[in-house]
Write a protein that binds this ligand. Sequence first.
Ligand code: AMP
Length: 282
Amino acid sequence: MEILDSREGLKSLLRDWRHHDEHIAFVPTMGNLHKGHLELVRRAREHAERVVVSVYVNPTQFGPGEDYETYPRTLERDTRLLRTAGADALFVPTDETMYPMGLALATVVSVPGLTENFCGASRPGHFDGVTSVVARLFSLVAPDVAVFGQKDYQQQLVIRHMVRDLSLPLRIVTVPTVREKDGLALSSRNSYLDEAERNIAPGLHRTLAATGRHLQDGKRDYQALERIGLEGLEAAGFVPEYFAIRRAENLEMPDRDCDELVVLAAARLGKARLIDNVVVTV
Ligand code: AMP
């Protein structure tokens, strides 16, 4: 596995692969890798001869007071895991590589609409940071396919919107959420949970799944189901940010006939902010 931190190094490797007509699948991450990330790598392999993974803790997607400084940076372990998973290249850009003109002069890519609610409302500016860095990474790696996790449901919709709207020449693949046995979605931020919080944490997925079952049973009073979900999270010890039932394709309000729904939630548990979702076909 090649490890690169510069544009030049990456460029010459990509040129070589392209010369041999090899396709490239790309998995952007912030590191502190877990089995969810490795599943993205495995799926990436199904779509291309070459797999590039990036590890970059992007400062522009963290708000003031968020965990940018303390975000777990575990590059040695990540490198080992990616070697074993069979990635072909690990791109670990410096801030200068990612933002050569400096943050103050950096071009911002911003998707309106979809980014205004949910995680966008709780974390102002977060999605602008995500789309801006992902657009930069797409431009550097020029992949044929990029792979994202369903865990960050709103994020993958925002990226799909950006790719469509800018006619970027790549395909987005979304991979189902990888979970612990008790249902908790794997996340780099789960390490913030203490033992008591870790026992409460699977309640987020349990509550989402229960709502999904109600929908499948034919219940259509979305507001009442959202209220029950929020109350359930509170009763379990979470501080919920949102719990919502929306159209899976665009997060708009569903009418009663909508048959592809997503139930999505964010909730705080001690120092951790957990997000999760379930997609329901009714
Ligand atoms: P992150 O490093 O947390 O920014 O995540 C990098 C990529 O991994 C994103 O596309 C996430 O949606 C995806 N991801 C994170 N956790 C999981 C999980 N438990 N299952 C599947 N994909 C995940």
